[in-house]
Design a protein around this ligand. Structure first.
Ligand SMILES: *Cc1c(COP(=O)(O)O)cnc(C)c1O
Length: 399
């Protein structure tokens, strides 16, 4: 099917939830995507921060093939070896003691909020049920995670939304002190906000939030769905802050491009769940977990966070050169290979212009060009991107 037929059929048969670029990719290799006409694109989006080892990494592909030939799905009425193995990897390499697997990021956050509520319910009763979330947050599209997401446009028309979620300004210690009460059971935050504009939390803020959580027996939930899995220069972003959460959620890059989600928690928090308290049919299935094990083994063996830190530093330096040249660029944001270029103008048109030159980037929060490439990206590819950005920025009036 050629691209025009595909678009016509797509418009006939699919719900109209996305603005898609007029292209279909038929293959991916490393940081390259190849479209149906044979054109190559350099991918600085990485499937939205999912393809940390690049497209179709060999170890993950092999694990999927081997597992698919043996067993795809059995349900959680039985022990699943790859699920146990992936749980062990996450526990041995993080603050956590126990893992729960699901199928997506929103599901992981939904479960994390449920776990925080159950923990408080068992210890203190039903009144302690409030969750505090941050302005600028994104936690998913299910009703509760949408409620915890700070984006009015995403919420419009979906009421009544679940109650019990309050917002505070990100990085504002005084405000969170005012909003915390004896009814607060959880505080959820991204250590580095993704969709909200690639904004890191400050070290002082994270420390203050942790102190508040300890004092009031509130569970601290870090949503590391976008910033986790070696992207920011540490295996998990919380390692930048010298603070451990009680619960961490993972998804995007956990299984090398296969759909998966995970909740990692301390023993104390995890104990709130007993058989029947939470569950999923496909979560932790043999196929997704085999992909996760293969992916995480490479990430850990190759210390991909070190690569992300080193390449990220180079990338940041190159972006700073653009900041110096163009007065409509405000600043570079982010850490490691989770970087944003904040503009004083709308960024959407640059995505299309970069695409026309076969570079895939993305714009978030309206004016932040976001770069979340595979962690195997090389300096010469970053040079290529920056050259293209330079060219399209030059076309902007009054630069
Ligand atoms: C992508 C994302 C989610 C939602 O994940 P889905 O798999 O799309 O449900 C939640 N939190 C953060 C920080 C994300 O980046």
């Amino acid at each position: 099917m050629n691209i025009n037929e595909l678009i016509t059929n797509g418009e006939s048969y699919l719900m109209n939830t996305y603005k898609r670029l007029p292209v279909t990719f038929i293959e991916g290799k490393g940081c390259l995507l190849i479209d149906s006409e044979g054109n190559e694109y350099l991918d600085f989006l990485g499937g939205i921060a999912c393809n940390n080892l690049g497209h179709s990494p060999a170890a993950v592909v092999k694990a999927i093939k081997d597992q698919a030939e043996k067993l795809l799905h059995v349900s959680n009425y039985f022990w699943i070896e790859s699920q146990v193995e992936l749980g062990k990897i996450l526990v041995e390499n993080s603050f956590g003691n126990k893992a729960f697997f699901c199928n997506s990021g929103a599901e992981a956050n939904e479960g994390a909020i449920k776990l925080a509520r159950k923990y408080a319910f068992k210890k203190y009763g039903a009144h302690k049920n409030e969750i505090i979330a941050m302005k600028g947050s994104f936690h998913g599209r299910t009703l509760t995670t949408l409620t915890a997401t700070d984006n009015e446009k995403y919420k419009e028309g979906y009421g009544p939304l679940p109650s019990g979620i309050k917002f505070v300004d990100f990085n504002d210690i005084e405000e969170i002190k005012k909003v915390v009460s004896q009814n607060t059971c959880g505080i959820i935050m991204e250590p580095i906000q993704g969709e909200g504009g690639v904004t890191p939390a400050s070290i002082e803020f994270v420390k203050a939030v942790k102190d508040i959580c300890v004092e009031n027996d509130i569970l601290l939930i870090f949503d590391e769905i976008q910033c986790g899995i070696a992207r920011t220069g540490k295996l998990f972003a919380y390692e930048h802050f010298n603070v451990e959460p009680d619960i961490m959620t993972l998804a995007k890059a956990l299984a090398g491009g296969v759909s998966i989600g995970a909740i990692v928690a301390t023993d104390e928090a995890a104990l709130a769940w007993q058989p029947g308290d939470h569950g999923t049919t496909f979560g932790g299935n043999p196929l997704a977990c085999a992909a996760g094990v293969a992916n995480m083994n490479v990430i850990i063996k190759e210390k991909m966070w070190e690569k992300a830190a080193i390449t990220g530093e180079y990338f940041e330096k190159k972006l700073l050169e653009l900041v110096d040249k163009f007065k409509f660029i405000k600043k570079v944001k982010g850490k490691g290979l989770m970087l944003g270029l904040e503009l004083e103008i709308e960024g959407g048109s640059f995505v299309q212009k970069a695409f026309n030159q076969r570079i895939i980037i993305n714009c978030t929060a309206g004016n932040v060009l976001r770069f979340v490439p595979p962690l195997i990206i090389e300096e010469k590819e970053i040079d290529q991107l920056c050259e293209v950005l330079h060219g399209i920025f030059m076309e902007t009036e009054g630069y």
